[in-house]
Design a binder for this molecule. Structure first.
Ligand SMILES: Cc1cc2nc3c(=O)[nH]c(=O)nc-3n(C[C@H](O)[C@H](O)[C@H](O)COP(=O)(O)OP(=O)(O)OC[C@H]3O[C@@H](n4cnc5c(N)ncnc54)[C@H](O)[C@@H]3O)c2cc1C
Length: 402
């Protein structure tokens, strides 16, 4: 019979969220092994996003997205300063192109305040022109606490913290199957050195594959696994100097997503992501999608030159709510009280603002597991709905996705 390794905690998935959870568990004194299927950390969705530190303006008040984004934003800035992780608190403008869009800005300002984001303000056309002379609009909402970050340096810092606190990150270690047995979780790990392990705690942070991992766990109640949907977002880069020094978001059109301008730390502009619902994972960017980008961008930057957009890259949002139901949905973070097993925690639908929220998610999961040891869900922070099959907040869909 093959050797079975006995471990304390296993985190499945080495994206920014799995790393943040493993870091928090290691700091809290647990023995942690993080298993990553790929040959690098953060090679999937954590490498395919906008690298924006969101402020938490849009999300339904009280939702996990709102609470963990606002908390995560503050934690992330403090951590970046402390660990010298490249980032820039550049701020963002949500721009109204005409008078009909002003009501949205008012609504967004109220939503931000309700989410405890108190630093936003509305500016008129003149102030917009002073701040960003190339951007056209009748008014804008300024979000000073929005910024950008080098997500790879962040993940490297999390990795270093895990190891500094006695944890281990194992690459090329895909979790293939598992079983819930009494108080333990058994896992079969493939890759170059297949091994069987038994652990007190397994945290499923496998991103787009979180559903696949849970479905392969024998003994887990299938009713706890939420719906799985994927929405691809494509980016186009700008082969010209950036027209702004802040991130620029339009007011979204009805039923559609605003094509926004984000910047990297080198000041290079890119536009996106758009939204395309897909059945299979794939990252090709169709150059034909540029037509829609030109039209949308020229609403707030009329001087966008012809042929200035180049297909860049795509990322895929893991979602628990599909297009037919509005495509919104909250993060789903299931502690033992919801998975029905004292040693199994699962995260689904960790789309944007997962990067911003990563440290807050790590703390939340560590708290869930501590409370589970006392047979209760966390007492502070968000009140979870224990009666439902998953810990979805009863929250309205966000007004739109950032
Ligand atoms: C287009 C787009 C733009 C975004 N922009 C932003 C933004 O600007 N700001 C922001 O805050 N958030 C943003 N996000 C969200 C953010 O990128 C994600 O929430 C975050 O990266 C999710 O991290 P993760 O660790 O959950 O998932 P991932 O990064 O996907 O990591 C999961 C890991 O699990 C591994 N894995 C899968 N199956 C197994 C298995 N069986 N065994 C072991 N390992 C396995 C994978 O290889 C992967 O490395 C964006 C997302 C998208 C798609």
């Amino acid at each position: 019979m093959a050797e079975v390794l006995a471990l304390d905690c296993i985190v499945v998935g080495g994206g920014v969220v799995g790393l943040a959870i493993a870091r928090e568990l290691a700091i809290s004194g647990r023995e942690v092994v993080l298993l990553e299927a790929g040959d690098v950390i953060g090679g999937v969705t954590s490498s395919r996003n906008s690298e924006v530190i969101h402020a938490g303006l849009y999300y339904a008040t009280g939702s996990l997205k709102a609470r963990l984004c606002v908390d995560g934003n503050r934690k992330l800035y403090a951590y970046c300063r402390d660990r010298h992780i490249p980032h820039r608190n550049c701020g963002k403008l949500v721009v109204a192109s005409d008078a009909s869009e002003l009501v949205y800005l008012d609504h967004l300002l109220q939503q931000a305040k309700a989410n405890a984001v108190h630093d936003c303000r509305l500016i008129d056309r003149d102030e917009l022109a002073r701040l960003e002379p190339k951007i056209q609009g009748v008014a804008a909402l300024v979000s000073p606490s929005t910024g950008i970050i080098d997500s790879h340096r962040l993940m490297e810092a999390f990795h270093a913290d895990i190891e500094a606190h006695g944890g281990t990150v194992v690459l090329n270690a895909p979790v293939l199957a598992g079983q819930l047995v009494d108080d333990e979780v058994h896992l079969s790990i493939g890759g170059r050195d297949p091994v069987e392990v038994v652990a007190n705690l397994v945290v499923n942070a496998a991103g787009l594959e979180a559903w696949t991992v849970s479905q392969a766990i024998d003994g887990l109640d299938a009713a706890t696994i939420p719906e799985r949907h994927y929405a691809r977002g494509c980016y186009f880069s700008l082969s010209a100097p950036a027209p702004a020094t802040r991130l620029i978001y339009p007011v979204p059109e009805k039923g559609g997503l605003g094509v926004h301008l984000t910047l990297d730390l080198g000041g290079q502009a890119r536009f996106g992501p758009d939204v395309e619902w897909i059945d299979e994972i794939g990252y090709d960017v169709d150059p034909a999608r540029a037509d829609r980008f030109y039209a949308a961008i020229r609403k707030y930057w009329p001087q966008l030159p012809d042929r200035a957009l180049q297909p860049a890259y795509a990322g895929i949002r893991p979602k628990v709510v599909g297009l037919a139901a509005g495509g919104g949905g909250d993060f789903v973070i299931q502690g033992p009280a919801t998975t029905g097993h004292p040693g199994y925690v699962a995260l689904y639908g960790i789309e944007s603002p997962g990067l911003t929220a990563s440290m807050a998610i790590g703390e939340w999961v560590a708290q869930l597991t501590r409370e589970a040891a006392r047979e209760a869900e966390p007492q502070s922070g968000i009140k979870l709905d224990k009666g439902s099959s998953c810990n979805c907040m009863k929250a309205e869909a966000p007004m739109f996705e950032p």
